[in-house]
Ligand binder design. Structure first.
Ligand SMILES: Cc1cc2nc3c(=O)[nH]c(=O)nc-3n(C[C@H](O)[C@H](O)[C@H](O)COP(=O)(O)OP(=O)(O)OC[C@H]3O[C@@H](n4cnc5c(N)ncnc54)[C@H](O)[C@@H]3O)c2cc1C
Length: 456
């Protein structure tokens, strides 16, 4: 009997661990519910809800293939090695299969599990299904990880053209007659994720709709938060309801010459998927990032103000800057924030308010439905200029200009700030009682961040 251990890969398709386990013999599946770990990882209630829905789809889908799905609840990752070993022994499991994860706690958990299993003659067989290319395989000519995105991207494109088979693994064959798998309720606070796809089928539909109707305009429209111009696949990718390989495979089916093209919506969209890839590879190769380190060592010399009242005002959408405030209210109310606004709000917190980017990173993770450690950390360190190939430290977004540029008619702002309903033109974008003056904040940030002039 083989065992597949599901983690952030809640899908039947393009799931190498599941596929291989089923090839190797009769198979069961397991999922560990780890409430304390999730709390420590700041998983947002809306993401917990999506996870619950996705697990219930997975449970039913596995049942239809005749694969029994076991749910085991423990406090945190520390308890897993012993529980998993006991579980395997009770069912005479001969092999445990899983897909690897990129975060440090998850990697360490797997090392401990492997050790425990090996002590009883079993082993954890790990497959890479979270990235397009195995982390560590995209190298400079000197055999190192790229420190700049564009050459990394170009190398990825070359690998995708010449070396990688993107054909997704099919779902495994049914093993038996249908089994009735349990319905699951996760024991943590939840916020409704209704409206977001939770099954594989709903997720393909979303991808298909995006490719059919929006992708061609992605390069022109993706920066405007009032437009439905981005895929919204982030939550599905974060939980592995779809894999990035599947996404790129279907993208290339729709645009077979994409890897040789240099502009247009599909090219720019693929670029964004490669940013996801970039941050994952950096994370695996720099484990300290998973423990809160800045990528740039010189960033340790930034003297933050870390004013609690300013932080609260930012969280509550009370900075006085309309675009920042509307975006923060969007996050709080819906669990979602548009990418341009994530950049503006992250820049505002770290540069205008001189608050440590880690405070904002944590707050985002506590609220985002697509909260993902590597992309969130990458995005924050990009905006705070402390990351790998980050925004230069002297580039400080002017929140009022960002507002006039990317929400010119205030369509987005008015969704969240009803006191702006009657304002138009320039007045709509002007801050009202701002908690910090832009010019003052800019000068203060330039000084504080000038420690980043030092290389390293
Ligand atoms: C401060 C900050 C925090 C962020 N936190 C997260 C997070 O917790 N989880 C997360 O998935 N993304 C995060 N991002 C990246 C980006 O904002 C989201 O991936 C994007 O907004 C999701 O919308 P979408 O699915 O419609 O993306 P699309 O624009 O349709 O892009 C497709 C996919 O590409 C990936 N992607 C797009 N942009 C980026 C990017 N800049 N970096 C990494 N991957 C990207 C995502 O997986 C996304 O779903 C963050 C960015 C910033 C600046």
């Amino acid at each position: 009997m083989q065992l597949v251990w599901f983690r952030k890969d809640l899908r039947l398709n393009d799931n190498p661990a599941l596929y291989q386990a089923c090839l190797d013999g009769p198979c069961r599946a397991v999922y560990f519910v780890t409430p304390k770990q999730w709390q420590a990882h700041d998983i947002a209630p809306i993401q917990i809800d999506l996870m619950e829905r996705a697990l219930n789809h997975l449970s039913a889908d596995l049942g239809s293939l005749g694969i029994q799905f076991h749910i085991i609840e423990v406090d945190d990752f520390n308890a897993i090695p012993e529980r998993l070993l006991a579980f395997c022994q009770s069912l005479n499991i001969t092999g445990v299969y899983a897909n690897s994860e990129v975060e440090i706690n998850e990697i360490e958990r797997d090392i401990k599990v492997d050790k425990a299993l090996k002590s009883s003659g079993l082993a954890l067989r790990l497959y890479q299904a979270d990235c397009l290319i195995d982390p560590g395989q995209v190298q400079t000519q000197q055999g190192e990880m790229f420190k700049v995105f564009t050459p990394f991207k170009n190398r990825c494109l070359k690998i995708l053209r010449e070396e990688i088979n993107l054909q997704p693994y099919p779902a495994p064959q049914a093993q038996n007659s249908t089994v009735n798998n349990p319905l699951l309720k996760l024991p943590l606070a939840k916020k409704s994720s209704v409206g977001w796809p939770a099954s594989e089928a709903q997720t393909y539909h979303l991808l298909q709709q995006f490719i059919d109707f929006h992708i061609e305009d992605y390069d022109q429209q993706r920066d405007f938060p009032a437009l439905p111009a981005t895929s919204q696949l982030g939550p599905s990718l974060a939980l592995g309801i779809i894999s990035v390989k599947q996404v790129v495979f279907y993208l290339l089916q729709a645009f077979p010459r994409l890897l040789d093209s240099s502009d247009g919506g599909p090219v720019i969209w693929l670029n964004e998927l490669l940013w996801r890839e970039f941050y994952r590879h950096i994370m695996v190769l720099n484990p300290a990032l998973g423990r809160g380190a800045s990528y740039k060592i010189s960033a340790n010399n930034i003297i933050w103000s870390n004013d609690e009242d300013d932080f609260k005002a930012w969280c509550d959408g009370q900075t006085g800057y309309p675009l920042v405030d509307a975006a923060m209210l969007q996050l709080k109310q819906t669990g979602w924030m548009h990418n341009r606004l994530r950049m503006v709000c992250a820049s505002f917190l770290s540069k205008h308010l001189l608050i440590d980017w880690r405070w904002g990173e944590r707050y985002f993770k506590q609220h985002l439905i697509d909260g993902d450690f590597a992309s969130n950390n990458g995005g924050w360190q990009w905006a705070a200029s402390t990351g790998c190939d980050a925004q230069p430290y002297f580039r400080i977004f002017n929140p009022t200009l960002q507002s006039t540029k990317f929400d010119p008619d205030g369509e987005f702002i008015r969704n969240y700030l009803h006191d702006r309903d009657k304002l138009s033109g320039k007045a709509l974008h002007q801050p009202i009682r701002p908690i910090v003056d832009h010019q003052f904040a800019r000068q203060r940030a330039l000084l504080a961040f000038s420690v980043l002039k030092v290389k390293g």
